[in-house]
Write a protein that binds this ligand. Sequence first.
Ligand code: SAM
Length: 314
Amino acid sequence: QGEGEEGACARGVPEHGRRGGRVSGGKRLSESGVLYVVATPIGNLGDVTERALQVLGSVDLIAAEDTRHTRRLLAHYGLAARLLSCHEHNEAQITPGLVERLAAGEDVALVADAGTPLVSDPGFPLVRAVRAAGIRVVPVPGPNAAICALSAAGLPSDRFLFLGFPPRGRDRRRDWLAGVAAEPGTLILYEAANRALPTLEDLASALGGGRRAVLARELTKRFETLLDGTLDALAERVRADADQRRGELVILVEGSRDGPVPEAEGERVLRILAEQLPLKQAAALAAEITGAKKNRLYELGLRSHGSPPAGGSD
Ligand code: SAM
């Protein structure tokens, strides 16, 4: 669809009930369809937008991360639609077919199980391919767990860094966190609540246990909880209260105020020295060079199978 063309799609809302919404005022628009990237609720079904429902009710096809999940969502709003499964394992295979269908004039909506597609969810290869084919992509904004958490966390929101899910292996996660230790903006991570504890412990060692953080759990749902405190205090709270290990979680951590923190730098230096020296000596030297705590570095080295780093350990 060309720039500046008038009509339902140019306004981003297909006319309800009309196939694809590509005909407006008797004028047929270009032959290509439109890919709508539609955000859906992250828990509370009241959070769907009117425009999302209009789009989902009128496109030719919905590409959904989990078709059973989306079918339930559509049924809740009294909508029926043709669905195609689009998840991380088949996305590459189905993308050419979807581009063809769009090019032939079908309108397609892309949805994830919850929130905004492409944000730690499938859709990036599809959107890239559709745009590369010169076909219009229209965002239909709505819920997103990261922004929802940021809006209520009370941490600086003028600058933030969205990190998605941390890597699973402990050593990889620590390296990854060390790489953002000096970031001045608020850090935003996704995590399953049952993995909160190891991630909080690693955040504390990489960024310093005294950093302020917020755990935003089960947002928009019945057991929504926002806890704030230092990373050490929050880890303690999660350790002591099994309820805090249930559901879905966004972790927000205040950005660095003073560049690289000793713990993160200490860990980095320890890794290099421990390649050549016994752990005890490496930890002592790394502590002296960086100001990090010698005992903490030594323990970190021990946890990494006696000689850091040596692959994932959790
Ligand atoms: N695309 C989604 C979005 O826009 O937020 C995110 C999908 S990602 C696969 C799922 C992760 O998002 C969860 O593990 C959790 O970290 C976060 N999340 C999703 N819904 C949430 C909720 N209601 N409360 C807290 N975190 C949530």
